[in-house]
Design a protein around this ligand. Structure first.
Ligand code: NAG
Ligand code: NAG
Ligand code: NAG
Length: 352
């Protein structure tokens, strides 16, 4: 308790005990028991007989009391408070201090109260009970200001309290320009200015030959924008069908390619395409798609048998293997059964 407040309370209590003027015999605000025995009221000592005096007895007002009467003393020891007599004797109008031990408080939140010895030989007020005090309310931590626009622009990691750091990341995923980290200083100001989010755009991607872009042509594309690709007829999409503008201004991937089909570079020889041995003229357009493997038959240099050699179609280019020899028209017409693709295949040991 504030010492000035205690003094004031002492003054108030002693003032009420003073018999000099009835004007000062005023009731204390709430301090005393509501139900107490009051002695006979009086205006002067003459009304009180020889053993009593007309004295101010707190709530009772001027009453006939025996000044020699004492209140209970010593009082039982308490675990939660210290009781101290402030007057030489525990007689009428003596004062008693009840002070809660550290960590304890009275129901009114104070840690000390003063009781007065009343005319009914009781100490004034309710029996003071000190109870464990509530932990002091956490004083709000000092913080550095985060303006609305900063909160709306960034996701902030960390507390904006004095002595700590925060990290920013742009809510839009855009690039941060400035310091990504900031420190809340003792005087509640930030060490650095807040950064800004730079909105990034993707530049138009490269054109795809033989392909179509399925998107509106723009000078620049916003983050998250998708571009879809299609290839012209007979061209095969090699790469992503869709690319997305990333928050760092790059496309999620390079544009795809549209790969051309290959003409099968054989006419009078059967080839293996997709596991099936067939005449090139039986294949649609005599072409294979990009990436297709075509297996050719070659003649063994010395023996009358064939072995195979594969080539892959890449974007319109498909070459015959070096060992392949295109049969002549005569060979094809006159001796179809002797064509290299039709003779028996060499035994595994025949081929070097
Ligand atoms: C706050 O403290 C920092 C470092 O101590 C100082 O540079 C800055 O000027 C202070 N700002 C204000 C507004 O007092
Ligand atoms: C953009 O981000 C992607 C994925 O996070 C990354 O692969 C690419 O390298 C970045 N591009 C630039 C220019 O930083
Ligand atoms: C063609 O052959 C290569 C190598 O043998 C193989 O990796 C690829 O999958 C084949 N392509 C097709 C379309 O079968």
């Amino acid at each position: 308790m504030d010492s000035a407040l205690l003094l004031l309370l002492l003054w108030a209590l002693t003032a009420t005990a003073s018999p000099q003027s009835s004007g000062s015999c005023v009731r204390l605000q709430g301090g005393e028991k509501r139900t107490r025995t009051c002695s006979r009221n009086c205006k002067s000592d003459a009304e009180c007989g020889s053993k009593r005096q007309c004295l101010c007895d707190g709530q009772c007002g001027l009453s006939c009391v025996a000044p020699g009467r004492t209140c209970p003393w010593p009082l039982p020891l308490s675990e939660t408070s210290e009781i101290r007599l402030l007057s030489p004797t525990p007689s009428f109008s003596a004062l008693l201090e009840v002070r809660c031990k550290p960590g304890f408080t009275l129901p009114d939140g104070l840690d000390v109260t003063v009781r007065r010895c009343q005319g009914d030989r009781q100490w004034s007020g309710d029996e003071p009970i000190c109870t464990v005090s509530e932990p002091p309310e956490n004083t709000p931590a000092q913080t550095c200001p985060l303006p609305e626009e900063v909160i709306n622009t960034f996701s902030i990691h960390g507390e904006a309290t004095v002595g700590t750091s925060i990290r920013y990341s742009c809510l839009s995923g855009a690039e941060i320009v400035g310091s990504r980290e900031n420190f809340c200083q003792e005087n509640q100001t930030w060490l650095h200015p807040h950064p800004v989010c730079k909105k990034l755009f993707c530049q138009p991607p490269k054109e795809v030959k033989e392909g179509y872009v399925v998107a509106i042509q723009k000078a620049e594309y916003e983050v998250g924008f998708d571009i879809h690709y299609l290839c012209k007829k007979n061209y095969l999409l090699d790469g992503p069908q869709k690319i997305t503008c990333l928050s760092n201004g790059s496309w999620s991937a390079s544009p795809p390619h549209c790969r051309a089909r290959c003409v099968i570079p054989a006419e009078r020889s059967r080839v293996v395409i997709g596991g099936v041995k067939r005449w090139p003229f039986d294949v649609t357009d005599a072409m294979v798609p990009h990436g297709e493997n075509v297996t050719f038959y070659c003649k063994h240099p010395k023996k009358q048998c064939s072995f195979t050699a594969a080539q892959t179609c890449f974007d319109g280019k498909l070459q015959t293997p070096q060992c392949y020899l295109e049969p002549t028209w005569l060979q094809y017409k006159l001796f179809p059964h002797r064509l290299v693709s039709e003779i028996e295949s060499c035994a595994p040991g025949d081929v070097e």
